[in-house]
Design a binder for this molecule. Structure first.
Ligand code: EPU
Length: 439
């Protein structure tokens, strides 16, 4: 194990199912919340450090269960990791390994993006398949298609992807799938292509800000990439990448979640360190619903009207409405005076939160790929079960707006993606605390 900072070491140990989150609802929020670094940018960027032997210093890394899992994975692959607050230094040792174990990869899909860097750097990799999860089946065919196009030989054996490639060679790759482009497949192929021979063109690449941030990191390391932030990335392979110091972008999903918390509790709050431009898909819909979100001197201000209008949304790849805010937006729509239709085009089955929101008095039904939300006047606190990260965030929004006490069980899901959530909410004036689960 690499050295860990005091702050991360003193994080409460993660004991699945041992704590629940209690929310006493109907308290307006006020003040300012500071957004942490983006989980989904941090994970592939941490994996990209496998592409160099030189040390990399990453700043604004959020302290989350998922980033801790990535640190453990990098350490298992032979990297030495030092953590000092939000600064993480990742260095090589002389014992690099190419096996990413099931135990680590199965807990978090983001782990799968060590595959591309491992093949590119070590010429071989054995990475556990991530498997499905509650938000859908989540295949990896696009990752494998892209790596095969670069010349990797791929076999699936006993739940692992075995990949070999003495020399990756540039190729012209189309990465579009049934549900549009893939964020982590783009990350994997882009990282692998940086050390491939000659030129790779990735068509239908994901252009999420997290991929743009990864591209910036790779360019800083010496990679030759054109088309940053677009659907077409052209990579000219280089022999070697260098270590760099780099800052992760703010988490747009965390920022969006706090904005929706303010909207649902009819509160005016200020969001510090958020990136307004990354949130336009949400801000446009909120504007139609009657929630003003503005950018003033680098801060995001949220000012909801007294009544929120029902607005339908359909999730799309960036810059469309993000699937990672669908559940939270549904919690807000549950409190309007009318009907809204919510469709998830990225994960058509990402609706586990409906049943739990209905336990709190919401009137939402599933109709194929749509959720039909009949707005109601009030939600009521209830014991509810978190099923995944963003569904849990939706329950928090509902709990903050609801009358009475909400108990969110399996709150460890929240710790995967929201840094210091209870502290940040308490600072905003919410009454939120943890209790031990009774056995
Ligand atoms: N897909 C395929 N084949 C593939 C890969 C993806 O068909 O090989 C499909 C997926 O099933 C889905 C769509 O393509 O229908 C898009 O999935 P994508 O690959 O873009 O998702 P991901 O890269 O696995 C990342 C985020 C998710 C976020 C999605 C979509 C990370 C670590 N995860 O996942 O974040 O929902 O992009 O934006 O970056 C979260 O943070 O809560 C979360 C789930």
């Amino acid at each position: 194990m690499g050295a860990r900072s005091r702050r991360w070491r003193t994080l409460r140990p993660y004991v699945e199912g041992m704590e629940k989150l209690i929310i006493e609802g109907e308290r307006p929020l006020k003040g300012e919340v500071t957004i942490s670094g983006a989980k989904n940018a941090a994970l592939p960027i941490m994996a990209a450090t496998l592409l160099t032997d030189e040390p990399c210093v990453l700043r604004n890394i959020p302290q989350l269960r998922d980033t801790r899992t990535m640190i453990a994975l990098l350490e298992s692959l032979g990297k030495a990791v030092q953590v000092d607050g939000d600064k993480v230094t990742i260095s090589s040792t002389d014992k690099m390994d190419c096996v990413a174990d099931y135990k680590l990869v199965s807990t978090m899909r983001g782990s799968f993006c060590v595959l591309g860097p491992l093949i590119a750097k070590l010429a071989k990799a054995k990475v556990s398949l991530p498997g499905g999860c509650v938000i859908g089946i989540r295949p990896v065919d696009l990752h494998l298609k892209g790596l095969k196009a670069l010349g990797a030989k791929i076999e699936i054996e006993n739940g692992y992807v075995l990949a070999n490639a003495r020399h990756l060679r540039g190729s012209h790759i189309y990465l579009g799938g049934m549900f549009g482009s893939s964020v982590l497949a783009t990350a994997n192929i882009l990282m692998a292509a940086t050390l491939a021979k000659s030129q790779t063109i990735i068509e239908s690449a994901a252009c999420e800000p997290e991929i743009e941030n990864l591209t910036q990191f790779l360019i800083a390391m010496g990679a030759k990439i054109k088309g940053k932030g677009s659907h077409c990335l052209t990579v000219t392979g280089v022999k070697k990448l260098r270590g760099v110091s780099f800052k992760i972008i703010p988490d747009r999903i965390e920022a969006g979640t706090y904005i929706l918390m303010a909207a649902a509790t009819k509160s005016c709050i200020t969001v510090r360190n958020g990136c307004y431009a990354h949130l336009m898909g949400l801000i446009d819909k909120l504007d139609q619903a009657g929630v003003k979100v503005t950018e003033e001197e680098g801060l995001i201000k949220v000012r909801p009207r007294k009544t929120i209008k029902p607005i339908g949304i359909t999730t799309h790849p960036y810059p469309g409405f993000p699937t990672d805010l669908q559940a939270q937006f549904m919690a807000l729509m549950a409190l309007t005076q009318g009907v809204s239709v919510i469709t998830d085009k990225i994960y058509p089955d990402r609706f586990m939160h409906i049943a739990e929101l209905n336990r709190m008095g919401a009137d939402i039904r599933r109709d194929g790929p749509n959720a039909i939300v009949n707005g109601i006047k009030k939600l009521y606190g209830a014991p509810v079960m978190a099923s995944d990260l963003r569904a849990s965030a939706a329950l928090i929004i509902a709990g903050l707006a609801a009358k009475g006490r909400t108990e969110i069980h399996r709150m460890y899901h929240l710790e995967r993606g929201y840094e210091a959530l209870d502290e940040k909410l308490t600072a905003l004036g919410a009454k939120v605390y943890r209790e031990q689960e009774s056995l």
